[in-house]
Write a protein that binds this ligand. Structure first.
Ligand code: SF4
Length: 354
């Protein structure tokens, strides 16, 4: 059977998009003013922060980081706990550890200068194919096939693409220009974020409407095709907030490497798909004191499961020694500087309100 020849993307797509970008680019704090080269540290930091996170959420954290660590080598000298504390609230906490390791690797192996090629960037901690391509294009204006969620949506509609993402990426790669690759990638990101929206794309305002196969067929709602997803499981646990007469709070540090690795938490039962019974709760309590509460529920959504914790509060009359060495009493001043993930902040807020 004769294979159908794939239609080539129009050569005028990139120039059209770049003209639109020149007039409509979003003003974002990590973008260099027109005619100036971007600072690679700014691009690196923003790309780490933007993984799975919206621009609006990232901006205040990005500014806070740059105020504190205006240069990559300054950040590399910071302690890991300090980096995690500054990241606290931004979510996906492994990124903070990866960024810190990445900065140290850049100082150690590249003299403090971020490497320019995708291959070298890919070898750094926490940098995957998308981030390597984005940094190479945006920070160093090197030709790269950048595809994030926004760009994938635009491309899927332009080509009415069904099927594997790798095939879509190959089609997108054939559109990528050799001139101004960084601006082209950012133009596609902006188009996806402001015009080619997930629901109700603003096709009337779209600079590439005349190239768009989905629009021509009135099928923009059909693209991109949603991958079949299993419902996220629900997990349960009990969290313990224990204070002593000095106002200190009992905390423990989570193991490195796993979910919320290396971050501080309130002691809790392990998080399981069944609700913990009385014996499990008793065994997980860090000390034997009368525990109050239990009715208040704290809910949090992680990327791959939903968590429901019930809260127990306790007061120790004196200096009780916790059951294991992983725990520490934390005073109020230190508590305010801890790297606390959002779910722990929710627990603390609920404990204050009860
Ligand atoms: Fe997206 Fe509409 Fe533009 Fe097609 S015409 S790329 S669907 S905004």
């Amino acid at each position: 059977m004769k294979r159908k020849k794939e239609k080539e993307p129009p050569a005028s797509l990139a120039p059209t998009l770049l003209r639109w970008y020149d007039a409509h680019a979003r003003v974002l704090p990590w973008r260099a003013p027109k005619g100036r080269k971007p600072d690679p540290w700014h691009v690196l930091l923003s790309e780490y922060m933007l993984q799975q996170t919206t621009v609006a959420t990232v901006i205040p954290y990005y500014r806070k980081f740059l105020r504190r660590w205006p240069r990559l080598d300054a950040f590399a000298k910071a302690g890991l706990d300090e980096a995690r504390a500054a990241w606290s609230g931004l979510g996906y906490y492994r990124r903070a550890g990866f960024l810190h390791r990445c900065a140290r690797a850049v100082v150690k192996d590249h003299g403090g200068r971020l490497p320019r090629t995708e291959k070298e960037l890919l070898a750094l901690p926490g940098i995957g194919p998308y981030t390597a391509a984005a940094i190479a294009a945006i920070a160093f204006d090197r030709p790269a096939n950048v595809m994030d969620g926004n760009i994938a949506r635009v491309m899927a509609r332009l080509f009415r693409h069904k099927g594997p993402r790798a095939a879509l990426k190959a089609k997108a790669g054939r559109c990528a220009p050799r001139k101004r690759p960084g601006d082209y990638a950012q133009a596609l990101m902006d188009l996806g974020a402001t015009v080619c929206l997930p629901k109700n794309p603003r096709c009337g305002a779209c600079p590439v409407m005349r190239f768009c196969a989905a629009h021509a067929r009135g099928e923009t709602g059909k693209y991109p095709q949603a991958p079949a997803r299993a419902a996220a499981p629900r997990k349960y646990g009990v969290a313990f907030v224990l204070r002593d007469p000095k106002g200190r709070v009992l905390m423990r540090k989570r193991a490195e490497g796993g979910l919320l690795g290396g971050m501080w938490e309130f002691p809790s039962t392990s998080w399981e798909t069944v609700k913990p019974g009385a014996a499990t709760i008793r065994a997980a309590a860090p000390v034997a004191v009368p525990w109050r509460g239990g009715g208040r529920k704290i809910r949090h959504v992680f990327s791959h499961f939903r968590l429901e914790l019930s809260l127990r509060r306790g007061h120790s009359r004196g200096a009780i020694r916790p059951r294991s060495g992983d725990y520490r009493w934390i005073g109020a001043r230190e508590f305010s500087t801890l790297a606390l993930p959002t779910v722990m902040k929710k627990i603390w807020k609920a404990a204050q309100e009860e």
